[in-house]
Design a protein around this ligand. Structure first.
Ligand code: GRG
Length: 279
């Protein structure tokens, strides 16, 4: 089976390289940029693995895996603009190279390509793409506006994770089942599995945000704090801080870090402040 997955991943990689090509030279350079910078290809791998429940790595499975990875790629361009992230996949983010407008339009172009690929697979695929995209965007919207008065903060946070990250990973698992013609009884369990993997994945990312050192993934700690995004580790710390002096102390140090992040006058390094606050 491992050999079939490896061969499938090679096919997906070749397909991705083709799908991000454009006749327009700026579009061509900017769409290839983050694809060629790296990435783990977790989503296509999950699609190919899920396809083992059916006929294996069919042409349709490969196409769906490509479309999902390209949708993910599109979301990274937009995400970096919103987060004002300087780096992605070990290289300067797209908007650092071309500016916000080109980065946003590149995400749009990639999303168009992903939708064209899904359209090749028929109405069911295009509906899956549209439904997933809607959840992805709503997750990002709800994270951006934050919990509203009366909302349960933890329920809100978990819903954001399920929507902004879980939805696409769930679609990756789901499409492996659907396009390999596996027994439909596998569909919902694989959707649920993918969504939970996405939530777990994002939780780890959120813990890294509060850690003193940059992660191997390249994530810079303090990114969410700076953006005012309230994550579960922070919510839990606030809960514990009510009754536990050590937690209250840690929270106070983190919050001092937040103030320093927001200080435009001192120009102090965000990471140094995060590290100092957590040391
Ligand atoms: C236009 C498609 C589009 C979306 C707009 C910005 C946005 C709405 C949604 C953001 C969704 C997002 C970026 C969620 C975080 C997903 C995440 C965990 C990214 C990191 O995934 P990895 O670790 O990255 O799989 P690599 O680089 O390995 O592919």
């Amino acid at each position: 089976m491992a050999r079939a997955i490896d061969a499938g991943l090679d096919r997906v990689e070749a397909g991705l390289a083709e799908q991000v090509r454009f006749a327009d030279p700026i579009a061509d350079a900017s769409t290839r940029y983050l694809l060629e910078a790296g990435g783990k290809r977790v989503r296509p791998m999950l699609t190919l693995l899920a396809a083992q429940l059916g006929d294996g790595v069919t042409d349709e499975v490969v196409t769906a895996a490509e479309a999902i990875e390209i949708t993910h790629l599109a979301s990274l361009y937009h995400d970096d603009v919103m987060d004002e992230a300087e780096r992605r996949r070990g290289v300067p983010s797209a908007q650092t190279v071309w500016g916000n407008s080109v980065a946003i339009l590149t995400g749009d172009l990639l999303f168009a390509r992903a939708s064209q690929l899904m359209a090749d697979l028929g109405e069911r695929a295009i509906r899956m793409q549209a439904d997933t995209f809607e959840r992805l965007v709503l997750g990002q919207l709800h994270e951006t506006v934050g919990a509203q008065p009366g909302d349960d903060a933890i329920a809100h946070y978990l819903q954001v994770l399920a929507d902004k990250t879980g939805s696409l990973i769930a679609a990756a698992a789901h499409s492996g089942v659907v396009f390999s013609n596996a027994d439909p009884a596998y569909r919902q369990p694989m959707v649920d599995f993918g969504e939970r993997v996405g939530v777990a994945f994002q939780l780890v990312d959120d813990v890294i945000d509060l850690s003193p050192k940059p992660a191997e993934t390249g994530k810079v700690p303090g990114t969410d704090l700076r953006a005012g995004v309230v994550t579960l580790p922070l919510l839990r710390l606030r809960e514990h801080a009510r009754s536990d002096a050590a937690s209250a102390n840690l929270l106070a140090r983190i919050e001092r870090g937040i103030l320093a992040f927001a200080d435009p006058v001192t120009g102090e390094s965000v990471d140094t402040n995060t590290a100092a606050a957590l040391a």
